[in-house]
Ligand binder design. Sequence first.
Ligand code: ARG
Length: 268
Amino acid sequence: MKVTASPRRYLMCRPTYFAVTYRINPWMDPTAPYDSALAVRQWESLRQTYLDLGHTVDEIDPLPGLPDMVFAANGATTVDGRVLGVQFRDAERADEAPAYASWFRERGFVVTMPKHTNEGEGDILLAGDVLLAGTGFRTSHASHAETQEVLRRPVITLQLVDPNYYHLDTALCVLDETNVAYLPSAFSPGSQAVLQQLFPHAVIADAQDAAVLGLNAVSDGRTVVLPVQATHLDAELRKAGYETVGVDVSELRKAGGGPKCCTLEVRS
Ligand code: ARG
């Protein structure tokens, strides 16, 4: 049974300039309508959900011309007060990297900027004492060694194979120190075997869960905040002993993001 929640510090970025103006993942359709005001309201209710759960939420100022900056998870990876900055694959998001690095530096963190492409907690997730690191679409394999060196935790490489689940946090959610939820088909056969070995009691998501970005969820060890549309995953999490809170961030899904994408954990 999962009973221990620990209060978290999250960094978020209000989607003031949210838009879908380019296509860097299969979810993005620049010709489809979206509602920026609704995106802001959905984001505000996600933020309020964290506050209601007793967490702290810091905000970074959104910058015009960076419509994906709302996806704070891609801004850095932090462990034990160490901060690894990011380097985006796509030019459209490049200017977010120094903005997030500055936010941390201004608050006294030492930030190491990477030599290799890595998209922060989109692809690098702390699971207990180790880091799970995705590669295949965005974060480069070369960056995994760099991540281990900078953040001083063992890094386990996971190969992503489905372009719809282009970041690790769209295919896997860390639930607590010892368990995760994931979509097996998003991973190569070898990585599926590694996940089975590491997490024999994992919560297994189905295709419908993943298709609403249900795995793009945020857990404090007890309560999992996940897209309200992921009803099967919600039931599986409850069966496994977790509390759940459903949130609707469907406007942000039009850019390929969910609750976790909007949330960067700051670990001092
Ligand atoms: N449009 C953004 C991109 O493709 C979405 C990022 C989602 N973030 C995440 N952590 N999965 O880069």
